[in-house]
Design a binder for this molecule. Structure first.
Ligand code: ZN
Length: 196
């Protein structure tokens, strides 16, 4: 009985974080592309993003056919969050960038790149990225690049830039998830994270 999971947040009932989840009424529809190998990663922050954002779709797969839904997106108003050379910065409010859909590649930089090169339609999209990053609050997951954010933080920051939506709901959810993970770490490992 003690192993029963909360139907919503999927943590064991004793660790349920639902009372710390605030929903966010985003207008730009977030479309997350996730490599199949990330799907069941317990530390994956997309699971939280799905609980917070009103308009979010997660597509999981490992080949172009798995992501064929992307072909129905309006090309002119869809952007890919990807730090390419010609990417427009989301902080730049003077741009005419009118977004209805924002595509986010989940997972490590290596996995994200794999998706980018696998899915042809992504190369036709305008790219957006960040001029500067908010502090990376989520240290549990070893990032491949020092400046990379968890997917949830990237979504929260992008929506902050484009819609002035608060980032607090994302941080509260991440903090709650981290607290749950700390609980089951040996004390010496926990101390290493907390000292950051
Ligand atoms: Zn819950």
């Amino acid at each position: 009985m003690s192993r029963s999971l909360c139907e919503k947040c999927q943590f064991v009932l004793a660790d349920c974080i639902c009372d710390q989840l605030q929903s966010v009424n985003n207008q730009i529809h977030v479309v997350v592309l996730q490599h199949r190998s990330e799907e069941n990663n317990a530390k994956n922050t997309i699971r939280l993003a799905k609980l917070l954002y009103k308009r979010i779709t997660v597509l999981t797969g490992d080949n172009s056919d798995d992501f064929s839904e992307l072909n129905s997106l309006p090309l002119a108003t869809t952007a890919l969050l990807y730090p390419g050379e010609d990417a427009e910065t989301l902080e730049n409010t003077s741009t005419d960038l009118n977004l209805t859909h924002l595509i986010v590649l989940d997972g490590t930089w290596k996995k994200a790149n794999k998706l980018f090169f696998t899915i042809d339609i992504l190369k036709q999209l305008r790219q957006v990225s960040f001029a500067q990053l908010p502090d990376n609050r989520y240290h549990l997951r070893k990032a491949n690049r020092s400046d990379s954010l968890s997917s949830l933080e990237a979504i929260a920051y992008a929506l902050f830039c484009k819609e002035a939506l608060p980032m607090a709901p994302a941080y509260s959810a991440l903090d709650a998830m981290m607290e749950n993970q700390f609980k089951y770490m040996p004390a010496e490992v926990r101390a290493r994270y907390k000292s950051k």
